[in-house]
Design a protein around this ligand. Sequence first.
Ligand code: PHE
Length: 452
Amino acid sequence: MNDTNQRDSFTSKFGAIAAIAGSAIGLGNIWRFPYITGENGGGAFLLIYVLFILLIGITVMTSEFVIGRSAQKNPYGAFRLLAPGKPWYLIGIMGVLAAFFILSFYTTVSGWTLEYVYQALSGNLTGKDNSQLTEMFTEFLNHPWRPYLWFLIFMGFTAVIIILGVKNGIERYAKILMPFLLVLLLMLCIRALTLKGSGAGLRFLFHPDLSKITPKAILEALGQGFFSLSIGMGTLITYGSYIRKKDNLAETAFYVSISDTFVAVIAGIAIFPALFALGGQPASGQGLMFIVLPEVFQRIPFGNLFALVFFILLAIAALTSTISVLEVIVAFLVEEIKMARKKATIIAASSVSVLGLLTVASMGKLSGLTLFGKNIFGILEYLTANIMLPIGGLFIVLFIGWFHKKSLTKLEMTNNGTIRSRYFPVYIFLVRWIAPVAITAVFLYSLGIIKF
Ligand code: PHE
């Protein structure tokens, strides 16, 4: 049922890892990880984050691959096939909904990267200190049309790539370009670390102050882990269905998760030392990266040029992620509602844009419209990362751990017995016990229902 039909598949082991890493690595690592870490106390947060990636993240990711590759379908269709007549397909529906919400705020931030490309081009990022850059960011968010225009342009790019199916094209470019993004980040790290007073930032990021571990921080660490790895909503079920039958699923999940975490930590090292050296607040919210990094670029020879290249590459990194999110909705409409791909993409992109433009407005003109003290942007971010993705992940591990036949999981993970899977018993233990118990415990703890 697999390699013989006309479904696309990645053409090499490296191609699969690159595409999946392309989905995982994006604004979640470079924009969101530092600002969430900054708001949740630094080192202790990082420690819990890494623990969650190792114990829960890799387990959920492997499980999504097992589901996707054995079913060869979109998430909804996969659960219908593997568990006929059972309600597991609701995970697929929740994934489609989560895709809508994530795209709304993620494309908003992607639009910001385009604005910064434009600002670098106009030379406006130079000669500004922290407070001027903060002001520039706020002014931009409140501008009557610029953030909306960038949102629509970015959404347009994403839709065009999905329609033309030039995914392979963009993956080929991304494979070449993403190492450059890493090089630029490393360069920023070096500059940040050589600033006077940067040591305080390193301490903030790497010295765990256990008193900062609050129920909120733990839930945020879990949510950020899910968000950053693109797990819990079926993106990687879809991508898993494109992995070749001879590639090693657990190994792929391991490499992608480690690379993703590495990039996040590097982004942290580029931002916190500079932040402390140049005098800013770690809890500056969603603007953190857009304020700190231009400051660092100003202190590098040809900084404006590097800033320009950096924001272009960041926009591309964001694009390889938005594609993977939109694909969840489009694959569902095409395979389950039998819609043509082009029509499905246009419908999906335009309906996301309605909510998306409201989300853009909620960072400016509509910022007064709040629920539980959060604007629309904040609600969508919190709801998806901290609630929908972990719940999706919980049911995914419950499905593999307790519903799907263990022998079938083993066949899928060993490629029908052709490769050894030394860690299979470890995986089974994680998927049955550790991951579900840990996710549930985090929820109960953050709701104040259990205490440690
Ligand atoms: N993981 C992506 C990032 O870190 C965002 C994403 C979330 C993509 C969920 C797909 C699904 O930028």
